[in-house]
Design a protein around this ligand. Structure first.
Ligand code: G4P
Ligand code: NA
Ligand code: NA
Length: 191
């Protein structure tokens, strides 16, 4: 089976110098076996952290998150992009700004599913500016729970996400680190 790195390089489509399209295995069509392996690697890394819950954000974070939760044998919770009817006192909510899409969306999780005893592993498909993961971390803090780590499928290392998360004291594991998309070419860190 081809590795995640091979898939990113061979099947990734460079849209511009900042955006990589991976619709053939992650963001539109999903390669379940590849996601299963992603979940295994993330689980192996965080297995001593006593994780009680995996947290992600709809939609594209769900595939890697559910596989990590399968291997960790804990529930997978996904933050929902809020509709006005969900903005009640039963929900924690936070605003997440996307520099990539130039939009701000409110995301929510039900208070029912996160509490102070939880040790949370945050998972997302992409790490760019870190705003999605920081928003999920704010929801964890609102519940007085603990963020035990962050697992990312594809990190764009030329953007400041990792730096921002690490300066919050968060441990970040990313399975594939893209160094550059310049010249229509995917260059990975270490190449
Ligand atoms: P950030 O969370 O790291 O700050 O990232 P940003 O706001 O810039 O990204 C916003 C959305 O765009 C996210 O999806 C994110 O996964 C996605 N994204 C960012 N960079 C890339 C990229 O190079 N390629 C692809 N394919 N996606 C990227 P979202 O709005 O949550 O949408 P969904 O796909 O989860 O539904
Ligand atoms: Na996405
Ligand atoms: Na995402």
């Amino acid at each position: 089976m081809r590795t995640l790195q091979d898939r990113v390089k061979e099947d990734g489509v460079v849209i511009d110098e900042k955006i990589l399209k991976v619709d053939s295995f992650l963001n539109h069509q999903i390669d379940a076996k590849l996601m299963y392996e992603v979940g295994q690697v993330i689980t192996e890394h965080f297995k001593d952290k006593k994780i009680t819950k995996v947290l992600t954000i709809e939609a594209s974070g769900i595939a890697p998150a559910i596989m990590a939760s399968l291997h960790l044998d804990v529930p997978c919770l996904f933050a929902k992009k809020a509709k006005p009817s969900t903005m009640t006192s039963e929900f924690y909510h936070t605003d997440i700004h996307s520099f990539t899409k130039n939009t701000t969306s409110t995301v929510v999780i039900s208070k029912q599913f996160l509490n102070e005893d939880d040790h949370v592993l945050i998972i997302d498909d992409f790490l760019a500016n870190g705003e999605a993961s920081l928003g999920l971390h704010r929801l964890v803090k609102a519940a007085h729970a603990t963020t035990s780590g962050i697992g990312i499928v594809i990190e764009k290392s030329f953007q400041p996400g990792r730096e921002k998360l690490e300066s919050e004291g968060l441990e970040v594991l990313s399975l594939c680190q893209v160094a550059s998309l310049l010249g229509n070419e995917v260059k990975l860190v270490g190449e």
